[in-house]
Design a protein around this ligand. Structure first.
Ligand SMILES: [Zn+2]
Length: 1025
């Protein structure tokens, strides 16, 4: 969601260089070439250039500078990418768990000297074409990044960001709203009980309802017990109410200072302009200080330690008697040693990644647990890195066995080392990751360098990945036992290691609630009558401030006229290979070939639909042809950038009760590996292995565990999917594939003692799915490689021709849509039409073991090509920014909430929300607000900017033309939609609110995931699950 904390950032870091998309111009290298001209020692706008380094493998030039007066550090990566990034990060090293850096991260965004209006950060979302705006609190730094493709917008956002971090208002009211406060449950009634409120307070309660997060936090705190890593930087819910406003301001003064700051810019905009603006608007106003924020090394333990923690039981976990986690964590070396960090992260992949790794064989295959522990492998997010290995979903009595296996596996690695082919596969993976162009490359770089740079490591050295690869090869050549020696040193002989176990406690949630109640009562007992009166008055003041319409005119803004009126056309060619339609799209893919195939589900018997996601997740992982699953995994790593299969439910663009259903095969490879990649696919088509029950069980356990773990993080998606279930046929299928129904189904499968029925089902699904008769393909690659790719695809089709079989669709009403709208007689997509579908109202409540709610209401409206669709898109955005955000987040204390339009449904949602009924009524009030028309032209223009920044977000070469391939939406249709968006008026918005969202006019569904709820239980209109 909006503002993320450590756990999310960690996920992001693992994805570094794996981002999905990127806007990439191949021919000109102007920005990178220009930047090479800088000279070390050169003075620019108060900065001195320290180093200039070309990084040809990443097509960029790095320029390192320092600010003369304050010592602020600066890195610029010049690259011909229009998606420019700015980020500033501060080393924030709290010494308690009050969440001071996290609450500060929130409050600096609540208004600043030059921009004193409330919440300029959120308001800029609607005044800019940014492709990304966010703020993160990690364990030891806080980062504020944004991305935009528009130069004027860059300056606007930079101005707002600089003022926010260096000159924030930090009003007491902001602290109370964002951090914590005591307030009457109903602020307008002084007789209602006092309770804790606050955005971060609720956010952290929500975050710690996630057992994976609980475990990760404990592990870090206990492995580094002597300094900042021993506390919770995001805030321990019960410690948050110990923070005072004064402490918050003090923390800002000492940490958010240029002398403690690192600036990073990336992209094709000129560096001088950035430096000038940063100097003039911020740095020139400061003198150098000594921030004293260094993190000392963790003193090494002389002997290993063990510890134990508890968590809440997980109702959705596959096996309730096996919910323990155990892992061993090792303290490694300093992350500022770039080559050592590179070596250890490679070593970690060799030890744990994929079915050929020793720990996978030793821990996952015997099925002692459902999956590796949530924290696993190399973690370089702390000053000294760590490596963790262990299991989740295991029985308590297996504890000793797991410990023993871990130590035996380490001994075996020291003895046997790694196969050369696995090392090559890993280096191949790095090569692909460097060549793959993602749209958020600047952001990937920012998070890739953040931790090491934060502790004064050299960010330029980190970017020179190829030098590390070369050094690694050399080290292996000189000493064949290079890796084994590392394992011996860092694991076998390392006494600084922690074994941490976690087990569920039935009374966990109850105990948490009791502890909170106790804390609350302590605070309340210390209050005088005067204090109580003041609390009531301040509550009213805050409510009043939140309810006022706010003047945001001090903020810079783009205008609707700054938006490009037309979209660039993406040419594609449609032809055929072996009788199968193929879409070719020429793109600068940097030596990679991207292949996709969409396979229709129309002939699949209905009772097999629930199994399709399971089929997708195992079909590339069980072995094929002459390869067992381990050899297959090895080949996939060695020859491709990955092979995956996923379900697709694609609503028709013209009719609500029509949709396409299928699975999408995706893979990529370096062009030299094309024959290998297609060979792997043809083995999967011709002779996939499905009969290894043991292997299947491992995969099933992992999928079920992953689904169960994902709910506390993506609960709003599950709530929305459920709410839309009975509104359209596509919504119904979406729930089957990706909703709570699927989660429960996978839990049932994971609990089966005998999987032979599933094993009999998989080949049946395969017959219907991997059938060239209901297939279409897409290839994206560079013009030079296209004919080779086409020839390879042709021979692939020959190899799989025996799978072609004409089968009858299960549903009788099939509608055909041409792949090329100009060629009505050409190849087509086959869509299902459910003419007799009756949408119905349904309210569903899922009782969950976490203390916050995810609330959603969905309303059936119109499909993409309908003339009202654009108005509904703008309305959803405007309601979110101008009404729902205030009601659900600011007043209601939820982490987030809003409305969105998609798939013919207008959906409201809230995220990590302390309320349920109140939020449902906020949705309804939002509709009344829209119908009353009490919004301005400025509000509408802002919503348009915000919608366009999403519509125009960059698309990677790999993904160009995919919208058209999958859903048949052509550039003309997109341009049409674009013109409608521009044309939306005040009258249109009131009109669609009345026609589609008013009570009586709508068919809607409601779903809530949340803790036990007495009111709902007593209300017969709800279905409680
Ligand atoms: Zn937050």
């Amino acid at each position: 969601m909006f503002r993320q904390t450590t756990a999310v950032l960690r996920k992001l870091r693992y994805r570094s260089f794996n981002g999905q998309q990127h806007s990439w111009k191949p021919k000109s290298t102007a920005a990178a070439e220009r930047a090479v001209q800088y000279q070390p020692g050169q003075k620019i706008h108060g900065f001195t250039v320290r180093e200039v380094a070309a990084v040809p493998d990443l097509f960029l030039t790095a320029v390192k500078l320092t600010h003369d007066k304050t010592g602020a550090q600066y890195l610029h990566a010049a690259r011909d990418d229009s998606n420019n990034l700015f980020s500033v990060q501060f080393r924030t090293t709290p010494m308690d768990s009050t969440g001071v850096p996290h609450i500060l991260e929130h409050t600096v965004l609540c208004g600043s000297e030059k921009y004193p209006c409330r919440d300029p950060f959120f308001k800029m979302l609607n005044r800019s074409l940014s492709t990304f705006m966010n703020a993160f609190t990690a364990s030891d730094y806080t980062m504020y990044p944004f991305l935009t493709q528009n130069g004027k917008d860059f300056q606007n956002l930079l101005s707002v960001y600089l003022d926010a971090v260096f000159f924030p208002c930090l009003r007491e009211q902001d602290f109370r709203q964002e951090g914590w406060r005591l307030e009457n449950e109903n602020p307008t009634d002084p007789n209602t009980p006092l309770v804790f409120k606050g955005v971060v307070f609720n956010e952290m309660k929500g975050a710690f309802s996630d057992n994976e997060r609980v475990y990760a936090q404990h592990l870090q705190n206990k492995l580094y017990p002597d300094h900042t890593y021993s506390v919770v930087s995001g805030g321990e819910p019960l410690a948050i109410p110990d923070l005072t406003w004064e402490q918050l301001r003090q923390f800002h003064a000492t940490h958010y200072h240029p002398s403690n700051a690192r600036f990073f810019t990336y992209g094709d905009l000129p560096l001088e302009q950035h430096l000038q603006q940063i100097e003039e608007e911020a740095l020139s106003k400061f003198e150098r200080i000594n921030p004293n924020t260094e993190v000392p090394s963790q003193p090494h333990w002389s002997s290993p330690r063990e510890d134990h923690v508890t968590c809440s039981p997980d109702a959705l976990a596959p096996d309730p008697s096996r919910q323990n986690t155990l892992c061993v964590s090792y303290l490694l070396g300093d992350i500022t040693d770039t080559f050592e960090g590179f070596t250890l992260s490679l070593l970690s992949s060799l030890m744990i990644s994929g079915p050929n790794s020793p720990f996978y064989k030793a821990l996952i295959e015997p099925k002692i647990g459902t999956d590796f522990s949530s924290v696993v492998g190399y973690d370089g997010s702390t000053k000294e890195a760590s490596f963790s290995i262990g299991l989740q979903g295991m029985a308590e009595e297996d504890t000793e066995r797991v410990k023993q296996i871990i130590s035996q596996t380490i001994d075996a690695i020291i003895e046997n080392g790694f196969e050369e082919e696995r090392i090559e596969a890993l280096l191949h993976k790095i090569e692909i990751q460097m060549k793959h162009q993602s749209t958020n490359f600047g952001l990937s770089l920012a998070s890739y360098i953040a931790s090491s740079w934060n502790h004064d490591g050299d960010p330029v050295e980190l970017l020179q990945i190829n030098e590390s690869v070369a050094q690694f090869r050399q080290a292996l050549k000189e000493n064949p036992r290079f890796l084994q020696d590392k394992v011996k040193h860092y694991f076998k002989e390392n006494t600084h290691r922690l074994t941490l176990s976690m087990s569920p406690d039935e009374a966990y949630i109850e105990k948490q609630a009791e502890a909170e109640e106790e804390k609350l009562q302590k605070k309340i007992q210390a209050l005088s009558d005067g204090d109580r009166k003041e609390i009531y008055e301040k509550g009213l003041e805050l409510l009043d401030a939140q309810s006022k319409t706010q003047d945001a005119s001090c903020l810079p803004a783009l205008k609707v006229s700054d938006i490009e009126p037309t979209i660039p056309i993406t040419p594609v060619q449609i032809s055929a290979a072996g009788g199968v339609p193929v879409q070719y799209c020429e793109q600068p893919t940097n030596g990679l070939v991207y292949f996709r195939a969409m396979c229709s589900l129309n002939t699949l018997p209905e009772e097999l639909r629930l199994y399709v996601p399971l089929f997708c997740s195992v079909v590339t992982k069980m072995g094929c042809g002459a390869l067992d699953y381990k050899q297959q995994a090895q080949q996939i790593e060695l020859r491709t950038g990955g092979m995956s299969v996923s379900t697709q439910v694609i609503p028709d663009s013209t009719q609500l009760d029509v949709y396409e259903q299928g699975v999408l095969l995706s893979s990529s490879c370096l062009d030299r590996n094309l024959p290998h990649m297609f060979h792997l696919w043809s083995d999967i088509f011709n002779s996939p292995h499905f009969d290894d029950e043991e292997r299947l069980r491992v995969l099933v356990m992992m999928s079920a565990q992953e689904l169960a773990n994902g709910i506390s993080y993506s609960g709003h998606m599950y709530a929305m999917t459920r709410a839309g279930r009975h509104l359209t046929p596509a919504g119904d299928l979406q729930e089957t594939f990706a909703g709570m129904e699927q989660v429960k189904f996978m839990k049932r499968i994971a609990e089966m003692s005998d999987l032979s029925q599933v094993i009999r089902t998989l080949p049946r699904i395969k017959k219907h799915l991997l059938n060239p008769d209901n297939m279409r393909c897409a290839v994206n690659t560079s013009p030079q490689k296209m004919s080779d790719a086409a020839a390879q695809l042709e021979s692939f089709m020959k190899e799989v021709a025996e799978n072609r079989k004409e089968r009858k669709p299960v549903r009788t009403h099939i509608i055909e849509r041409p792949l090329d709208p100009l060629d009505q007689s050409g190849p087509s997509r086959k869509l299902i039409s459910e003419l007799n579908f009756h949408p119905c109202q349904m309210k569903t409540f899922f009782q969950m073991p976490f203390p916050v709610n995810f609330v959603s209401e969905s309303i059936r409206t119109v499909p993409f090509s309908h003339e009202d669709y654009a108005s509904l898109c703008i309305l959803a955005r405007m309601m979110t920014a101008k009404f729902l955000h205030g009601e659900i987040r600011e007043k209601g204390g939820a982490y987030g909430g809003g409305a969105r339009m998609g798939g013919g449904l207008f959906s409201f949602y809230s995220y990590r929300d302390p309320n349920s009924a109140q939020t449902l009524s906020a949705f309804r009030k939002g509709v009344d607000w829209a119908k009353s028309g009490q919004f301005t032209q400025q509000d509408i223009d802002e919503a348009k900017l915000s919608v366009f920044s999403a519509v125009d977000s960059p698309v990677a070469p790999a993904d160009k033309g995919m919208g058209r391939f999958l859903s048949g939406v052509t550039d003309e249709m997109k341009q049409n939609h674009r013109e409608r968006l521009f044309a939306v008026t005040h009258k249109d918005l009131v009109g669609v609110a009345e026609r589609y969202l008013g009570v009586g006019q709508r068919t809607c569904g409601v779903a809530i995931l949340g803790p036990e709820n007495e009111t709902i239980k007593k209300d017969p209109s709800w279905i409680v699950k």
